[in-house]
Design a protein around this ligand. Structure first.
Ligand code: MG
Length: 361
């Protein structure tokens, strides 16, 4: 699928104008369908996977593997994939579609199937790097007026302390955080200590995408809590991060950690260790967004996430109804599975290519 974003999204690593992704539908003999999206980009600027590596993994390895697996519960998907290294996003897409199908076959919502407890979730917004400070402040003003519960700004060297200072001058008390997407190194520790001046909720992934150790060194020097994103792929990564103090908050993305089953393990570990969580965004279309809403309904997702309404990203989403926000909250749907219907007409419109795999007559 290819979807044009309403506004190009710029981070420290690049700009995304079109969202390319794979939409996965799994069908049961009873005729029900479960749905999920991949979240990798066309090029590996967030994690190592890309849309094409996702396609290869799904078609050549993961789908054949599932065909020979007897599935009694969605957790069996994660078990079947456990000896296949990496490729968390490709795995997550199949895992997520099967969780949705499982919920539908059991006549319950995905939220209920995974143990979610909230009936609405708090909504934050992620603001990309803008052309000017003025433009950024105007955008933030608009989002604050709309009722978003926290503002996250993307930072990078040259667009960091200066803009945070400007934001704090205009908005001294809004819940504010900064996401560096790995733009700094260990040599920047003295510089990054200036972040403590801005009363941030957290700074997200300041250092390398594969690092836990330097983050622990930085966290010792910073009062601002570090939130880990890119460097967390498994429950073991979280255990290590907690053990050495790499950060105090976890941004969870289902597609970054291999799916819902693995997300639930991370959720449990974080809850035990009093590590607050929130759900990050990967510019998802409606189906991925619906999965994010379900996961955010878990008890330990105590901070507002990046799951904004459909209209923030798209002229028209691929689900009905679209995801909407009221007073800074999104209602958790109670319908079957993900609780939103795929808009098949729109999906057909946006589909570049499709392939079907059968394991029964
Ligand atoms: Mg991030």
């Amino acid at each position: 699928m290819r979807m044009r974003l309403l506004h190009p999204f710029k981070t420290s690593v690049g700009t995304i104008t079109d969202k390319d992704f794979i939409l996965v539908e799994v069908k049961s003999k009873s005729g029900l369908s479960g749905w999920a999206e991949t979240v990798s980009d066309a090029i590996p600027i967030y994690h190592e996977e890309t849309v094409k590596t996702n396609w290869h993994m799904l078609k050549d390895i993961l789908i054949p593997k599932l065909m020979e697996t007897e599935l009694k519960h969605p957790e069996d998907v994660s078990k079947a994939f456990k000896d296949l290294r990496g490729n968390y996003n490709a795995k997550a897409a199949l895992d997520g579609a099967i969780w949705d199908l499982y919920a539908k076959e059991n006549g319950i919502s995905l939220t209920k199937a995974i143990g979610g407890i909230k009936d609405k979730i708090e909504v934050g917004v992620s603001v990309g790097i803008q052309k000017s400070e003025q433009e950024l402040l105007q955008k933030i003003e608009g989002f604050v007026t709309k009722g978003y519960k926290r503002i996250k700004v993307k930072i990078k060297p040259g667009w960091d302390m200066n803009i945070l200072k400007a934001i704090r001058k205009e908005f001294p008390v809004i819940p504010l955080m900064a996401d560096a997407n790995c733009a700094y190194t260990i040599n920047d520790i003295p510089y990054l200590k200036q972040l403590d001046e801005f009363n941030l909720m957290m700074v997200e992934q300041p250092l390398s995408y594969d690092d836990l150790i330097d983050h622990a060194r930085l966290q010792k020097e910073l009062n601002t809590p570090i939130c880990l994103d890119e460097c967390i792929h498994t429950v073991e990564d979280v255990r290590k991060a907690i053990e050495i103090g790499s950060g105090k908050i976890i941004n969870l993305k289902i597609g970054r950690v291999g799916g819902i089953t693995e997300s639930l393990k991370i959720h449990e570990l974080c809850e035990e260790n009093k590590i607050p969580m929130w759900c990050g965004g990967m510019l998802e279309a409606g189906i991925g967004r619906a999965h994010n809403i379900a996961i955010t309904s878990l008890a330990n997702f105590t901070l507002p996430g990046d799951t904004a309404p459909s209209s923030h990203y798209w002229k028209e989403d691929i689900i009905t109804p679209e995801v909407t926000m009221k007073d800074g909250y999104i209602k958790v749907p109670t319908g079957l599975g993900i609780g939103f219907e795929p808009n098949m007409e729109k999906i057909e419109d946006l589909m570049l290519y499709s392939e079907t795999f059968h394991n029964y007559e």
